[in-house]
Design a protein around this ligand. Structure first.
Ligand SMILES: [Zn+2]
Length: 445
């Protein structure tokens, strides 16, 4: 059986991830994501109402017209986790394939919500929620399994696709966190077993491979956040925290710290509501009983007005906008576009890192300048990454012992950073360590 990999999206840029693997006449697709910074270049665009071909042209979603090169039938669309750069293009592309969408339960729930809000295309693909460790038969020759891992969103999986020539491992994105704040550590025993049984190819994200050592555990972020928030137990000023709405473990930490110093956590914003309420309804997280969630813009305004009236010291608003995104709550607060006024000595905490692109840099600079001008004290980078570092990758390769490695999730400037590690481990560029570009195919067997 011939096996080949087609890099569809996310190999020339950071975002819009999509990879196809052809095994004989059967094709499996991994992820269908969007590129967020391309979307930000078109602030007037309403995703729900825009045709996929226009979005492809703008570089927002993967150019899946290259799929025509592959001879075979798509049998499954497998989603690794619920971040938008991995699932955001599903409602735009998936209807072209007569195949089920398979993801872990939380990911499938997020995809379901996306499909419901899609206005351009009718998506009727079957949705299959598969738990970690369950084997699913895609066809008579292909099977798959989600292996539990950790990342900055709950229910993230490393995918094992079982072919007659060995397993294909799709590891976008992951971190080897042995002390997670939410969920279990990665399933090391299972990964080792798969490695022993034989891995033909590992497709791995390499976002942080240039960083030395191991990625710090989410426990470290918890300590950082707790250390800062609890320092202001007797403070009468406002404490506002901004983090990723999809980072449920982090939101939980912040809410618990607020509760600990006697303040009520307020989760504000549509995305906060979507990710956190979904997780809570699925019983994947429990926030302190004093927590409230408000998504709708008008309700958020009303809540902020009430908060100002009854005393800022009673609450910790947890909001979106850590990158300075226009229209986000933190940006609107900084611009005095809400009933909330920043006062001298108010604390603004950013539990996130800058996502490094020039647009974010400019927007964040503007956000911080506005906040500082009003007397806010800013605490930046209360954060650890959700992506494996160099020594995590070393351990990962050791466990899986793949015949081929394909570095993914970024342009060659990022993926080539893996080269020296691959060399250290006995792999050779263009022989068994492969760098690909969007639209390229690579035969493995
Ligand atoms: Zn991710």
């Amino acid at each position: 059986m011939e096996i080949e990999v087609l890099a569809v999206g996310g190999y020339n840029e950071f975002g819009r991830n999509m990879t196809a693997v052809r095994c004989g006449k059967e094709i499996v697709i991994f992820d269908m994501g969007i590129r967020l910074d391309s979307l930000m270049m078109h602030p007037d665009i309403e995703m729900e109402n825009t045709h996929s071909l226009d979005l492809i042209q703008m570089g927002v979603i993967p150019d899946d017209t290259v799929m025509n090169q592959l001879e075979g039938t798509v049998k499954a669309v497998i989603l690794s986790h619920g971040h938008l750069d991995h699932i955001g293009a599903v409602p735009k592309l998936v209807h072209r394939y007569n195949a089920p969408i398979i993801g872990t339960p939380y990911t499938i729930e997020l995809v379901k919500q996306q499909i419901e809000s899609e206005k351009k295309f009718g998506v009727n693909n079957k949705l299959i929620a598969l738990k970690f460790g369950q084997r699913y038969n895609i066809s008579n020759t292909l099977a798959m399994e989600f292996v539990r891992t950790q990342h900055s969103i709950i229910d993230t999986a490393t995918v094992a696709l079982y072919t007659p020539k060995g397993a294909i491992i799709y590891a976008l994105d992951f971190k080897l966190d042995r002390n997670p704040v939410l969920g279990e550590p990665p399933d090391f025993a299972r990964l080792k077993k798969i490695g022993k049984e034989g891995v033909l190819c590992m497709i791995a994200e390499v976002t942080n491979v240039h960083k030395k050592g191991r990625c710090p555990s989410e426990q470290i972020a918890k300590n950082m956040v707790r250390d800062v928030i609890t320092s202001y137990e007797d403070d009468k000023n406002a404490i506002i925290v901004s983090t990723f709405a999809s980072h449920i473990a982090r939101v939980k930490t912040i809410a618990e710290c607020a509760h600990e110093i006697g303040r009520k956590p307020l989760l504000l914003g549509r995305s906060m509501e979507r990710y956190c309420v979904t997780a809570e309804q699925m019983k994947m997280v429990r926030f302190p009983d004093t927590t409230s969630v408000f998504g709708n813009r008008r309700v958020v305004e009303r809540t902020l007005r009430r908060l100002v009236k009854s005393g800022k010291e009673q609450y910790v608003p947890i909001v979106t906008g850590h990158q300075g995104e226009p229209g986000s709550i933190l940006t609107r607060i900084a611009q005095n576009d809400t009933p909330y006024r920043v006062e001298r000595g108010d604390k603004v905490m950013i539990s996130a890192q800058l996502i490094p692109n020039d647009m974010n840099r400019a927007q964040r600079y503007r956000l911080f300048t506005l906040l500082k001008a009003q007397g806010a004290r800013i605490f930046d980078d209360l954060h650890v990454s959700g992506h494996a570092y160099c020594e995590d990758h070393y351990e990962f390769v050791h466990m899986l012992n793949p015949q081929y490695i394909i570095a993914a999730h970024g342009g060659i400037d990022i993926t080539s950073e893996y080269l020296s590690l691959a060399n250290d481990m006995g792999y050779t560029l263009n022989k068994d360590f492969l760098l690909m570009a969007n639209g390229q195919r690579q035969k493995l067997a």
